[in-house]
Ligand binder design. Structure first.
Ligand code: ATP
Length: 334
């Protein structure tokens, strides 16, 4: 069986982009016969981005409830919270000792943060950059290598980090004669990357999101806020550069998308297009939203599911970590 692994950072409320880009394809994939799925809540990753404990805690609940509301079959997949598996953070340290600093110097996330400081004309290019941000590809490698995942579905920006995970795995295998599987990034060109309210990529840390399960009124309000240009009703519009159209396309069937495209060409007004998008999404999301709300009202149930998932994950991680400890000359735990 092919092992597929996906995680979502618990840094905020799950949004339409997380659903279209990660959760929906992951759930579809998990239903295939030859696939063994590992889905996790990346809470140790979230503290790189947010230092608000309430936000991390709330986000963890919301993301867990989201997966479950969308019909994740927890008997089929291994669904867990990263911090429930201490073997991952232990492996992270071991991998740190095998990772060249020069490799991390080249990581996109770190380089982008340095570039931001340079653009802001800061005296210190490393201002505000923590070791957590600097070495986060190592934690990501530990997430993946702990379960010998073969395939990791990612966005384009994560391909480099996957290559780093492979590199680290190959070094471990070479030096210690361990047998980590070498993971591969899977980039699905057909998976949309949705933009947010401000036109940038929709992202929990940009505060530009449309929550997947926003209550009806809020959903309507947010859709009305999506940035558009100043073309008036009657003037033809370009669907291909429009966030509204992009979101609609990610949800609707091809024939409906074609119909919508014509409405743009025919000069439908923004108000009308926004109202139509709201009605469409609202109808599609109504069922799962009700399940989500029920799950949010039952944290104990969600906790039980996560604990069972952690047990399943640790049944894999514990014996594997023993082997790794033995392999590197550290006494296995009795
Ligand atoms: P953060 O701001 O904390 O990085 P995020 O909302 O950008 O959060 P992640 O938790 O890092 O998302 O990513 C979870 C998954 O959701 C990844 O597979 C990522 O590719 C996908 N994803 C995130 N944002 C979008 C988007 N706007 N469109 C499509 N997929 C997305």
């Amino acid at each position: 069986k092919t092992r597929v692994l996906t995680g979502i950072t618990t840094s905020g409320t799950p949004h339409l982009g997380n659903y279209v880009g990660a959760i929906r394809p992951a759930i579809e994939d998990s239903r295939k016969e030859n696939v063994e799925s590992f889905f996790f809540l990346a809470d140790y990753h979230s503290i790189i981005k947010t230092r608000d404990p309430i936000r991390v805690h709330q986000s963890t609940r919301e993301i867990a409830a989201t997966w479950l509301a969308l019909g994740l079959d927890v008997d089929r997949v291994t669904f867990y919270r990263q911090s429930d598996i201490p073997e991952i953070t232990e492996l992270c340290w071991i991998l740190n000792c095998m990772t060249a600093k020069g490799l991390m110097n080249r990581a996109h996330a770190y380089k982008a943060a340095v570039q931001q400081n340079i653009d802001d004309e800061e005296a210190d290019p490393d201002k505000g950059i923590t070791m957590g941000l600097f070495s986060y590809p190592v934690l990501m490698a530990a997430d993946i290598l702990m379960f010998n995942a073969h395939r990791v579905p990612v966005g384009r920006d994560q391909i480099q980090h996957l290559e780093m995970a492979r590199d680290i795995a190959a070094r471990m295998n070479h030096h210690y004669k361990l047998k980590f599987a070498l993971p591969e990034a899977v980039v699905d060109e057909n998976t949309a990357v949705l933009n947010g309210l401000d036109g940038r990529k929709m992202s929990k840390s940009y505060d530009n999101i449309i929550p997947l399960f926003a209550p009806e009124k809020k959903l309507r309000k947010l859709i009305m806020k999506i940035k558009t240009n100043c073309l008036e009703p009657g003037e033809p519009k370009d669907p291909d550069t429009c966030t509204l159209f992009q979101i609609f396309s990610a949800f609707a069937a091809p024939s409906e998308v074609e119909e919508k495209r014509q409405q743009y060409y025919n000069g439908a007004g923004w108000g009308e297009l926004k109202q139509a998008l709201f009605e469409y999404l609202n109808e599609q999301l109504q069922g799962p939203r009700e399940r989500y709300e029920a799950l949010m009202d039952d944290p104990q149930y969600v906790e039980t599911v996560l604990k069972a998932g952690a047990e399943k994950a640790r049944a894999e991680a514990k014996p594997f970590l023993q082997k790794i400890r033995h392999g590197i000359g550290i006494r296995p735990i009795e």
